[in-house]
Design a protein around this ligand. Structure first.
Ligand SMILES: [Zn+2]
Length: 1119
């Protein structure tokens, strides 16, 4: 019997799966909704075997059973563990994903991988670049930063004595294995680093791209040579030239006074001047407890970075205008004061560039599909476009890890301080080219699971005893195969239906859940959407109420539905409110809608059951009439006060009465001060910033909403909140229920119809239409040795293992941290299985399963080579943003710095070559850790600028907690594109540049986006023709900075720029606010807040300064 036979035509997977939530309706309105999957599940006909199934590498061969009949479901029950099947050697068992170096040699499901195809292990391997052989010529680069100063370059700042990198204190030769650049090589011009001689690696194949800073303090004892780092395992490094630095003229620094006339998306009000926050007095305190974990991603070999010898050659840059140093020198660093060092700075071109790393990854990994058949593979970066082929591990679109090779012992993990975490997006939208998970039905008895740990059938389960039992890959328990699920094994020990069953051959799939998986042992009803509109004075006057009602008239035709269904199964209901609530009966038999008012908001109830939740198509006329009438009914309202908690309670009660899950869409404008449960007071106080009480600004002012959230989760009532504040409305408190129910918050400060409606409507359309699972519970199982210990995201937990979400949409991520509870083994690796139980938009109960296998290592070097910095930053930001709820912000910042210093110091001590102690050596895949970490430290939550309000900070804090890795990446390090360099004849984007003012040229126009805002920055010397083409005005001075969209003009440049904007909008889960900024205009202050490599107005360090600071921290740890 061959497993290579083509196409199985019979059930269970021979036919196309029933439509899955395919969202096949046309895109709504003029907007395309990029992230919403358009395709249905395709038929799962099993993979197309393109080549011979290889014989498993180990174990004896057994003939497949000769009988076609399932074995008797014999009684002999065996205890769990290995003891029960002594007649088989372990080697008999062949299943699961092979270990790292052995790519799974089988064709991908349904997707011919390599046409032609005899076994092609070699070429398969070749697609996994990080598994390449040890580099033959790794180049280790070094940099000497003699004479460098940390901290303020302002004349008035204290002299950074002791921090000066005096040339003489630096040993140029280091270990002797590195060739220093000699001064005689002359000062390289910017961008000529590739011409510099590269040092030899200390060990063959060792250290790729290291960054070194020179020692500064005499008397430093170099750390011991690295312990036990195998020389052969580093990826090769190639020296690719860096792109020439953009050397536009630096802009004159401007001090901007006065409040901005326009705020970025999350910024709601002009603030008082920021406290000059410094990061003085950094104490290398204990590591942040609980951070042991993941490492940064492995990137393909990067060209080494060379740091130039400051003082010897290289471009010297003057101090940045206006800003004081973030790391003022002496008192804080315990160094004796000395003469002020010359204002020299490390050349920014010589330190690791995010742009370069992103570019290199695109070039190296963007062309080949990422095939998931190999354990522990580090995926391409989130900024790289790539296709994924599921061959047994979940796609990185569903799960990304801080490291794909985790330490075998908890001691190693603690030593490295690398947090071990997975960022999981269970319902992630996929590009159209990738198949959605198949839906598997195991019949009335439900999905096949391990008897003991209840893990679901997956590719890593091992079938034994001729297929009659399987051994669990998570807990080793042996479970009988149910008779209906029996299948013979082939001579390799693999089930002959291996490729016909998604749960045996793919990393991600779904099971149809049985009634046992349903609340109260009852299949769920389809969910309901309830629209709850604030009709107080501000909401009416701003035109918001009319806008929402108009929009709903058409939007209701685009509710989510399962792929094949004619119409959505979701029922809808309507409530309006100010100090009282108005319920509407929109039953189809009525000629006109009926309103019922509940003015006793102290004990909320729903005054009508029949006719409140209705089917849209049945009640279309009545609903349309209601939506026409609402704006008129409240047109003359004088009511300014609102309630809030009773609104949620009303929605909750309505869902309870209807016995279904659902979502509340609440459109709210003000602090709920009216007399009612959950009433709030204005407790905003910016004076608390930088005090021990600052944390209270992030905490809810009452526990009332926590309890309400708990009730909502129990009912499957998810809350999405659209806020339109003109002043403080306590997002920290109002956000509790949306946050804990898995909902979303959108905030439109100072909402103005003309400029903001487009953005709001786009968000609303997408929010209403996107895929969402209701009444969801997620559990992450792990193989023996590690377990999930901590969780971050928008959810509720009533115990230590189950993440509960009233709703979970395709944009939400849950971050899970793991800790060791035993030793791991390099042979078996580590496994994760994420199981999400949820109700689909049609009311079907399902389980979505994602499996991922990771490598385990006994050498720290392997950990540091398989990390993903973007994911690490995602985790660290979430950890820090939770920390501000309980600790002073400064403590949180210091802990972050300390942990990252420990991570890098551990690498330096154990993995890098022995060399001059004064050199900063960064692991290749963590070389961006300092720059990204600095961005997190400077973010509005941890170091707010003057324009950032308390509500902004609470909003951002909650937003980031649910972000995926791509979102945090661009949020913390925005994308900056020179629009004037765009090729109008191509589809491509112009090459991004680094986020620094000195990269901007006043003759160019730039676009900066961070996932929430798009800035279009126009230099003062931009050619008149370009201005005419883009803005339709004849001069710079005529450009309006009130523009919220770019004018539609019929010329190539305008079309190109608008297509870029549209493309970026399409990539983000929220519609970004567009702000036009003219150079030297007052709005420029806002823009410069996002130039994250520069010093910030709020006291955040520049990248260069922070790198020096990190180096000092590391050196302290090493000594
Ligand atoms: Zn088990």
């Amino acid at each position: 019997m061959s497993v290579n036979q083509q196409a199985h035509t019979g059930p269970p997977y021979g036919q196309p799966q029933p439509g899955y939530p395919g969202f096949q309706q046309p895109a709504y309105g003029a907007q395309t909704l990029p992230a919403v999957p358009q395709s249905q599940y395709g038929a799962y006909n099993g993979p197309v075997p393109g080549y011979q199934q290889p014989v498993p590498p180990q174990g004896s061969l057994r003939a497949p059973p000769t009988s076609g009949a399932p074995p008797p479901a014999s009684g002999a029950s065996h205890p769990s563990g290995h003891l029960a099947y002594s007649q088989f050697e372990h080697g008999d068992v062949q299943n699961g994903i092979p270990a790292s170096a052995a790519p799974m040699q089988r064709p991908p499901a349904s997707q011919p991988f390599l046409p032609g195809s005899a076994p092609t292990p070699v070429s398969q391997i070749s697609t996994f670049q990080q598994y390449g052989p040890p580099p033959a010529s790794v180049q280790q680069l070094r940099n000497h930063m003699a004479g460098m100063t940390i901290g303020s370059t302002a004349a008035s700042a204290p002299p950074p004595a002791g921090l000066g990198y005096v040339s003489g204190s630096f040993s140029a030769t280091g270990s002797g294995l590195h060739t220093p650049y000699s001064a005689s090589q002359g000062p390289p011009a910017a961008g000529v680093s590739e011409a510099l001689p590269l040092a030899q690696p200390p060990f063959p194949g060792h250290t790729v791209s290291t960054q070194r800073l020179p020692a500064q303090a005499p008397g430093f004892t170099p750390p011991p040579p690295s312990a036990g780092v195998g020389p052969s395992s580093y990826p090769p490094s190639t020296a690719a030239p860096r792109p020439p630095a953009m050397a536009g003229p630096a802009l004159p620094g401007q001090t901007v006074a006065g409040p901005p006339s326009s705020q970025p998306n999350h910024v709601s009000s002009p603030p008082p001047p920021p406290p000059p926050s410094t990061m003085a007095g950094l104490h290398p305190g204990p590591p942040i407890s609980g951070l042991h974990g993941p490492p940064p991603p492995t990137h393909p070999p990067q060209p080494g970075y060379q740091m130039q010898q400051n003082g010897s050659f290289g471009q010297m840059r003057g101090p940045q205008p206006n800003y004081g140093g973030a790391y003022p020198g002496p008192p804080n660093y315990g160094s004796p004061p000395g003469p002020p060092p010359p204002p020299k700075r490390l050349d920014p071109d010589s330190i690791p560039s995010p742009i370069q790393v992103i570019e290199d990854d695109r070039n190296n990994r963007g062309s080949e599909p990422f095939v998931t058949g190999v354990r522990g593979q580090v995926p391409p970066l989130v900024t790289t476009n790539f296709l994924v082929k599921d061959q047994g591990n979940a796609s990185p679109r569903y799960i990304r890890c801080t490291s794909y090779n985790i330490p075998c012992t908890s001691d190693m993990a603690k030593q490295s301080q690398v947090p071990l975490a997975a960022v999981i997006k269970p319902l992630a939208a996929l590009p159209p080219e990738e198949a959605l998970p198949y839906l598997v039905d195991h019949g009335e008895s439900g999905p096949v699971r391990c008897n003991r740990c209840k893990a679901y059938m997956c590719p890593f389960m091992q079938f034994i005893e001729g297929g009659r039992r399987f051994q669990c890959c998570f807990c080793s328990c042996v479970t009988e195969v149910p008779p209906h699920y029996f299948q013979h094994l082939d001579h390799t020990g693999k089930r002959v239906d291996f490729y016909d069953r998604p749960e045996l051959s793919l990393g991600s799939y779904e099971f149809l859940a049985t009634v046992d998986y349903c609340k109260n042992n009852k299949f769920p009803s389809p969910p309901a959407f309830i629209f709850m509109i604030d009709v107080s004075y501000n909401a009416v006057k701003s035109g918001l109420v009319r806008l929402i009602c108009e929009e709903l008239k058409s939007l209701l035709d685009y509710l989510p539905r399962e792929g094949n269904m004619e119409e959505s199964a979701i029922r809808v209901g309507f409530v309006t409110y100010n100090k009282v609530l108005h319920f509407y009966n929109v039953k189809s038999s009525l000629a006109q809608p009926q309103m019922m008012v509940v003015s006793d908001v102290a004990d909320m109830f729903v005054p009508l059951l029949d006719g409140f939740l209705v089917n849209v198509s049945e009640s279309r006329t009545v609903i349309a009439s209601l939506l026409d009438q609402i704006p008129e009914m409240f047109a003359d309202t004088r009511e300014t006060e609102t309630v809030f908690a009773p609104v949620i309670q009303a929605g909750l009660e309505a869902l309870k009465a209807a016995e279904c899950a659902g979502k509340l869409f609440i459109f709210h404008t003000s602090l709920p001060i009216a007399e009612a449960p959950g009433k709030l007071k204005n407790r905003d106080d910016r004076k608390l910033i930088n005090t021990d009480k600052e944390k209270t600004l992030f905490q809810p002012q009452t526990s009332f909403y926590n309890n309400l959230a708990k009730d909502c989760v129990a009912q499957g009532c998810c809350v999405d909140l659209f806020l339109f504040p003109n002043q403080y409305l306590d997002v920290a408190t109002l956000g509790v229920v949306p946050y804990q129910t898995g909902g979303s918050i959108y905030k439109y400060a100072y909402f103005q119809l003309e400029t903001d409606q487009y953005r709001f409507l786009n968000d609303l359309r997408r929010d209403v239409q996107k895929e969402v699972g209701f009444d969801a519970v997620m559990r992450v199982r792990t193989s023996t040795g590690i377990r999930a210990t901590d969780f971050f995201g928008a959810f509720y937990m009533s115990n230590t293992t189950d993440v509960e979400m009233a709703g979970l949409d395709c944009d939400k991520t849950i971050t899970v941290e793991f800790k060791h509870d035993d030793k791991l083994s390099e042979d078996s690796g580590a496994l994760l299985q994420c199981a999400l139980l949820y109700t689909s938009c049609a009311g079907q109960r399902r389980l979505r399963i994602h499996n991922l296998s990771l490598n385990c290592c006994t050498q720290l070097a392997d950990l540091y080579r398989n990390c993903e910095t973007d994911t690490l930053i995602n985790y660290l930001a979430k950890y820090a943003y939770r920390g501000v709820l309980s600790s002073p912000v400064k403590t949180v910042r210091d802990s972050l710095i300390n942990q990252c210093a420990q991570i890098l110091a551990c690498y330096r001590k154990n993995c890098a070559s022995p060399s001059s102690a004064g050199q900063l050596i960064l692991p290749e895949c963590m070389k961006l850790l300092p720059v990204y970490l600095n961005c997190v430290l400077k973010s509005d939550v941890l170091q707010p600028g003057p324009e950032v309000t308390t509500d902004d900070r609470a909003y951002i804090r909650q937003l980031v907690t649910s972000m995926d890795v791509a979102e945090t990446n661009v949020f913390f390090y925005p994308r900056l594109l020179p629009l004037t360099k765009a090729d109008v004849d191509s589809d491509s984007l112009p090459a991004a540049i680094r986020n620094s003012e000195e990269r901007l040229s006043k003759g160019d126009i730039y676009l900066l986006e961070n996932g929430l805002n798009i800035f279009v920055w126009v230099g003062v010397s931009v050619q008149q023709g370009l201005i005419q083409n883009l803005f339709g005005v004849s001069s710079f001075s005529q450009i309006s900075n009130a523009l919220s969209t770019l004018p539609v003009l019929e010329n190539p440049f305008s079309k190109k720029v608008r297509s870029i904007v549209d493309m970026l909008q399409g990539q983000r889960s929220r519609y970004m606010k567009l702000i036009v900024v003219k150079q030297e205009d007052k709005l420029e202050m806002l823009f410069r807040h996002f130039l994250v490599e520069d010093k910030s107005l709020s006291g955040g360090a520049s990248y260069v300064d922070f790198l020096c600071h990190m180096h000092k921290e590391i050196r302290q740890l090493l000594s």
